[in-house]
Design a protein around this ligand. Sequence first.
Ligand SMILES: NC(=O)c1ccc[n+]([C@@H]2O[C@H](COP(=O)([O-])OP(=O)(O)OC[C@H]3O[C@@H](n4cnc5c(N)ncnc54)[C@H](OP(=O)(O)O)[C@@H]3O)[C@@H](O)[C@H]2O)c1
Length: 322
Amino acid sequence: MRAVVMNRPGGVEVLQYIQLPDPAPGPGQVRVELAAAGVNFMDVGVRRGMLWKDQSGPATLGVEGAGIVAALGSGVHDFKIGQRVAWVYAPGSYAESAVMPAASLVSIPDGIDDLTAAAVMMQGLTASHFTTDFYPIQIGDVALVHAAAGGLGLLITQIVKARGGKVIGRVSSTQKAAAARDAGADHVIVDKEGDFADEVLRLTDGRGVDVVYDGSGPSTFEGSLKALRRSGTFCWYGPVLGGPGPLDIMSLPKSIKLGYAVFLDHIPTVDALRTKSGRLFDWILKGHLRVRIGAKYSLQDAAKAHSDMESRASTGKLLLIP
Ligand SMILES: NC(=O)c1ccc[n+]([C@@H]2O[C@H](COP(=O)([O-])OP(=O)(O)OC[C@H]3O[C@@H](n4cnc5c(N)ncnc54)[C@H](OP(=O)(O)O)[C@@H]3O)[C@@H](O)[C@H]2O)c1
């Protein structure tokens, strides 16, 4: 089988498309033939050597995808060969075939196609965590959503709207504004330099927003603080693009509540993974959530997908198709 591996951290040039032996599942594992692998910013972090630094030897990138169960290891009873499954946070997904723990898998219901399932696992569970757990949106809340045309931003926007909130989206270019509006954003601010806070305050009559969803790096941090109302909530989530550096807690203004939200805390058990992903699939089936696949690349073009994401050229979810 073919896979995209890296032997050392670096730029997109470290990604190699190579032939590897077909993997065999061990106890509790399943081998899956992939229909699609999701591209995530965390893959860029792994490639740059910022995350999962302790990996030794050639590593196959990618942690998300969907496909068909092709072989079962001993002790696996809850899946059968030929079943359609999806997963998140299981390494080795930029490949034609991957072995992963059965506990990472969820069954894909009828009515959800494989590409949609591959596209929604990481960003959908993350958006669900931020809007229903970390800060449960209430009717009338106003949220500032950064990178609102990205895969994650489009999903956060739709869930905020479905829960009765309003969305001010920030995007870096006018081309992206239409995608954010299409997802339901009430206002869209085009800004690349971190100069959005005054416009947010104007749009909220000086009050500020109830919650900020910000994974957009150091340049947005100060503006996001300024854009919040008193006792507002700052949902920070961007470890790859980076944070504000060491923070004096007494420098936080307006009794703001600030936290680093991590999607794994939404799905700490197999039951939670299957319940929360089942709820996502249900929202899609009922038409409450639309998953926008911004671009599909062949597996061997993983480097191009990374370049597009890093250069802020992408909208929606990026997928690799083996
Ligand atoms: N903590 C968690 O649990 C968790 C889970 C998933 C993702 N994340 C984080 O969420 C963010 C989005 O990741 P994603 O994988 O879901 O992709 P995504 O939503 O599709 O994000 C891509 C968007 O990020 C923005 N961006 C890209 N490069 C940038 C740069 N150099 N500076 C500022 N903004 C940049 C761009 O939006 P604009 O050009 O419009 O600004 C781009 O459209 C990342 O920071 C990722 O690490 C965190």
